[in-house]
Design a protein around this ligand. Structure first.
Ligand SMILES: [Zn+2]
Length: 318
């Protein structure tokens, strides 16, 4: 064979090996990484509607409480309100409140689900058997029965009492009228919702234990993240959240949701005797991040005008 031809064939062989055998290897390893990166950057903004993020608690912001949309600015029965002993309260003629706390409250759910919605954390319980969902009635609710739906927190407190300055945490247990099919349907109805509010003063005392739902917070620091607790040793129930040992003193009035759209469909039941929360629990809550990558240092709506509404005090005994 001609020497020149032999060299040409050899050269072509080298080129062939380089192009089709060696080169594809690095290409294959880089392609999936690029694909993942693109996916990561497009995933976040798309996965949750803007309305969840569009409001904030900064008074000087265009999305602050004074500019919240709809009923938040046009409503006349808004929440939270300021409550002082002189201002209330028509005590009920029948002083014993008839809120039902039965064994369902002690039933552990199968799963506790928590989500960081960009403004805080919302917890829901998933039960094996739907008949064990906790229910409340009586007092301002009359004979209507309200089913437990979810709970979340505000810090510092939203409802203002004499102890306002030191009230670090307000827990809202949201219930919906069982004559409606879902929480969403009930939200739009005048008798749709009943919210129990628990108040907490913070303390450094070492004798107190952490609130049962605080350990889950570390799993949802980033906005729009969810976590399911399924470990039976870490699962907690409705009673663990409401932790009542004695019948509560309850302040009740008709108001609204304290987040947009502020619909005026809430019967409020505020348990007025404050509980204690560890300062370290409060620090953990304030690690939660909002969609702008800031820590959620506060998420309490300012108090709203009473506008002549009646506020009632329900006391357990004469
Ligand atoms: Zn709330």
């Amino acid at each position: 064979m001609d020497r020149k031809l032999l060299r040409l064939v050899f050269l072509l062989m080298i080129l062939f090996v380089k192009k089709f055998i060696l080169m594809p290897i690095p290409q294959e390893t880089t392609q999936p990484e690029e694909a993942e990166l693109v996916d990561e950057t497009t995933k976040k903004p798309d996965s949750r509607p803007v309305k969840y993020y569009k409001y904030n608690y900064n008074d000087s912001s265009p999305d602050g409480p004074k500019s919240w949309p709809g009923m938040c600015t046009t409503g006349v029965k808004q929440s939270p309100i300021s409550i002082t002993p002189g201002q209330y309260l028509r005590k009920t003629s029948n002083p014993t409140i008839n809120i039902t706390f039965d064994s369902a409250n002690f039933k552990n759910p199968k799963t506790v689900k928590v989500i960081n919605n960009g403004h805080g954390a919302t917890y829901t319980f998933i039960y094996d058997d739907n008949s064990t969902v906790p229910k409340i009635s009586g007092g301002i609710l009359g004979k209507e029965v309200y089913e437990f739906a979810s709970f979340h927190m505000h810090w510092p407190c939203e409802h203002s009492f004499i102890l306002t300055d030191s009230c670090a945490l307000e827990v809202h247990l949201v219930h919906f009228n069982s004559k409606y099919k879902t929480l969403d349907e009930a939200k739009g109805k005048p008798d749709g919702l009943a919210v129990i509010a628990l108040l907490y003063v913070s303390t450094y005392t070492s004798e107190l234990t952490t609130l049962p739902y605080i350990p889950m917070i570390k799993n949802i620091i980033e906005p729009n993240t969810e976590y399911d607790e399924i470990d039976p040793l870490k699962i907690f129930n409705y009673h663990d959240v409401i932790h009542l040992k004695v019948a509560p003193r309850i302040v009740s009035y008709k108001g609204s949701l304290t987040t947009p759209g502020c619909s005026e469909t809430v019967s409020w039941l505020i348990f007025v005797t404050p509980h204690l929360v560890l300062e370290s629990d409060m620090r953990q809550l304030k690690e939660l991040k909002d969609p702008y990558n800031n820590k959620v240092l506060r998420n309490n709506r300012p108090v709203q005008p009473l506008n002549g509404r009646s506020v009632y005090l329900y006391v357990p005994y004469n």
